[in-house]
Design a binder for this molecule. Sequence first.
Ligand SMILES: Cc1cc2nc3c(=O)[nH]c(=O)nc-3n(C[C@H](O)[C@H](O)[C@H](O)COP(=O)(O)OP(=O)(O)OC[C@H]3O[C@@H](n4cnc5c(N)ncnc54)[C@H](O)[C@@H]3O)c2cc1C
Length: 383
Amino acid sequence: MPHDPLTAEQREIRGLVRSLARVRIEPRAAEIDRTAEFPWDVVELFRENGLFGLMFDEEHGASVASALMTLVAIEEVAKVCATSALILAVQELGSLGIKLAGSDEQKQRFLPKLASGEWLAAYALTEAGSGSDSAALRSEARRDGDDYVLNGTKRFITNAGVAHLYIFFAKTDPAGGHDGIGAFVVEADTPGFQVGRIEPKMGIRGSTTGELLFDDCRVPAANRLGAEGEGFPLAMRILDRSRPGIAAQGLGLAQGATDYALAYAKERETFGESIAKHQLVAGMLADMETKCAAARTLLYRCAQVIDSGDDGSELTKLSAITKLFCTDVAMEVTTDAVQVLGGYGYIQEYPVERMMRDAKITQIYEGTNQIQRLVIAREMLRD
Ligand SMILES: Cc1cc2nc3c(=O)[nH]c(=O)nc-3n(C[C@H](O)[C@H](O)[C@H](O)COP(=O)(O)OP(=O)(O)OC[C@H]3O[C@@H](n4cnc5c(N)ncnc54)[C@H](O)[C@@H]3O)c2cc1C
């Protein structure tokens, strides 16, 4: 891209992440997909190079706390491996509750471990009967003296079984609606907490997605985030801030697929010339690049709004627009990349079929793209 809004220092960080991704993660990506094993070596690589620290401030053991650089890092990693990129995105998703609503004591207790990557985090909102309609959750948190007793089952939770800390949303008032929900930090070794079934899935196969079981799980009241009834608005504020991470994952998939398809199209010949010279293929490549460029502009705008400290309604709408656009682009562009490679696109020796499978989830999690459209329309009507 001719115009690059990053400063020289930011370009240097991007360069570091890009080369780690190319040299260390890309050669592992097909194997991670095939074995569906969580890539602890990639976590170690992120730890060694301080990448988890991009999302945290100095006070909590990091140096940058830049939404822009976090999103740039997610994009660079997702160009070669969407499972690995999700490790960064979910570290942010699982930490945001503490950053946004944690007391100073909670921040000191948890954030340094998350900033170094010593601990991984998870965000546990979804249940069997409540995905899009997340306020319909049925898990319960009952106050008992200085503790809360947690009961319920969460489903489809990313980092199940690998996270050290889970942000658990539950009804503190079983008869209450949106304002009867609380948010709690649960450490993985708390008695009464167990990881249930891990789901085999279509894409992002190295990421764990699983069930969490809470059976009279007792946590101190000091682990509650914010006031008792503030859990649901917090869950939504977290998603406003974390959805750009999924947008960045989608953009990385789209750009990675475009770059791969372009290189392939220059080499592959039919009818005496490279397929890139056939106008129908060239047109597809141009559309793919155009969609990526437009997606990146939106993503960077969203990062700017977050970094400027705006946490209000502009962010709700912009973050939904960005997630919707970037992840629809991910699906369209990765599908086109398979088409550019022809039969080779469909077989596992080439990475684009994996990218297409990985892209699908970006349209579903952290609010399906139908839900993003509803959020955008609601904000338009409010404007
Ligand atoms: C791999 C994976 C990882 C995940 N990670 C996490 C995680 O870490 N933490 C977590 O809490 N959750 C996680 N989820 C859950 C995910 O966010 C939900 O699956 C998603 O929000 C959709 O909920 P649902 O599956 O219950 O679908 P449903 O809500 O049942 O929706 C089914 C369909 O109906 C549509 N729909 C629903 N309501 C409306 C409406 N009002 N208008 C129009 N269309 C509508 C949806 O768009 C969808 O197409 C994950 C899911 C997967 C598959």
